[in-house]
Design a protein around this ligand. Structure first.
Ligand SMILES: [Cu+2]
Length: 383
């Protein structure tokens, strides 16, 4: 077979398998963290632009490739063809037509894109907007619900797992305690940089409650150092009633063990070592509610964000995961974490300097196996 026939033969064989390959690639599935299965109106806006661009790009691809293949076939060299083909220079039909065609196509893409961008940037206002502050840390997320307050004025503070009500506009006001991070929950909105010293915002709206244990996944999308890949987050969406229950549970203090009770051993260790970085709000046997642990402020030109050096642990056991959405929360993982945090998640706690607010992870505090078991027993009661 002459070389060019062999090429055409191979090419046509490839064209027959190509659709199958593409189809199989699609089966590998939309992973859980995808912008292609939007779960809210903003996510849908973005996905709509993507669908449109894909459609137009496919049309242009098929048109151009089709014309090219047709031209290759139609004007292929035939035996006895030795005259030079007719030489053409310029064609006003093709040039003017081509320019018009691309202007129309690009306008079709530009208009919805710019409209979408403006929509996304709109600042939602009104009493129904749920305001949440977000502080990005190397390598975890802190959330303060400034509208959800306990009778004593405490705000709701949690970490890594965001809980929001369905169909409510949630407005995030964000900053970073250290380097630039990027907040990204693909099903709900695009990425937004989280910048030290500055405030950035992002709106989230979710259509439906997520099934228990299947929150929407998110991820820090700006390389921020060692454990960047483990800086994940989860969004649990609830109906209004379940959301209200969650808020009440989170605002309630957990219990501080009474002296001389079995859990008190864990509390002694915890209050000696862990409250250097972690806040907990506890009610003691006398009914006194105290927030233990450091309060720090992450400052920007506009706002001071209330924060701490590590995640708030008051309701640790209400979370499914820990370590910024990376590890399933269970006794084994938690014991390993307290024994040697860096064995689970890459961190550089040796470079911590609380005086300057620099925290690069949780240190190995050198607890004995008994002390670890006592602390874990205590943490398990903070639900
Ligand atoms: Cu990050």
């Amino acid at each position: 077979m002459p070389a060019r026939h062999q090429f055409i033969h191979r090419f046509s064989r490839f064209m027959r398998v190509a659709p199958v390959v593409l189809l199989l690639a699609a089966c590998s599935g939309s992973g859980p963290q995808t912008a292609l299965e939007p779960q809210g109106p903003i996510g849908r806006d973005i996905d709509g632009v993507w669908d449109l661009v894909l459609m137009l790009a496919t049309f242009v691809f098929v048109l151009v490739m089709g014309l090219m293949v047709w031209a290759m076939w139609r004007y292929r060299e035939r035996p006895g063809d030795d005259a030079e083909p007719k030489q053409l220079h310029g064609s006003s039909v093709i040039e003017i037509g081509g320019v018009h065609f691309s202007v129309v196509l690009q306008t079709d893409i530009t208009v919805p894109t710019v409209r979408g961008l403006l929509d996304i940037r709109q600042v939602p206002e009104g009493p129904d907007v749920l305001q949440i502050r977000v502080t990005g840390h190397q390598w975890w997320w802190e959330f303060e619900y400034v509208d959800e307050t306990a009778p004593d004025g405490r705000t709701l503070i949690t970490a890594n797992e965001l809980h929001i009500p369905e169909d409510v506009t949630v407005y995030l006001t964000m900053t970073s305690a250290d380097v630039i991070h990027s907040f990204w929950v693909p099903a709900l909105n695009g990425k937004r940089d989280v910048v030290p010293g500055r405030v950035t915002n992002l709106t989230l709206i979710a259509d439906d409650p997520t099934p228990p244990g299947e929150p929407l996944p998110g991820q820090c999308a700006e390389f921020c150092g060692l454990a960047h890949a483990d800086m994940r987050l989860k969004v649990h969406v609830h109906d209004a009633a379940n959301y209200a229950t969650w808020v009440d549970e989170q605002l309630a203090p957990s219990a501080q063990p009474a002296p001389e009770t079995p859990l008190d051993a864990g509390w002694q260790t915890f209050s000696a070592l862990c409250t250097a970085c972690h806040q907990v709000t506890l009610e003691d046997v006398e009914g006194e509610v105290t927030t233990h642990g450091p309060e720090r402020y992450v400052t920007t030109d506009d706002l001071d964000f209330r924060s701490s050096f590590g995640p708030n642990l008051t309701h640790l056991y209400s979370r499914d995961t820990f370590g910024s959405g990376t590890f399933t929360l269970n006794e084994d993982h938690l014991s390993q974490w307290i024994d040697n945090p860096a064995s689970l998640k890459p961190m550089r706690a040796d470079r911590n300097d609380l005086a300057t607010g620099r925290v690069l992870g949780m240190p190995d505090l050198g607890l004995s196996p008994t002390e670890i078991a006592e602390v874990v027993d205590l943490l398990e009661t903070w639900r």
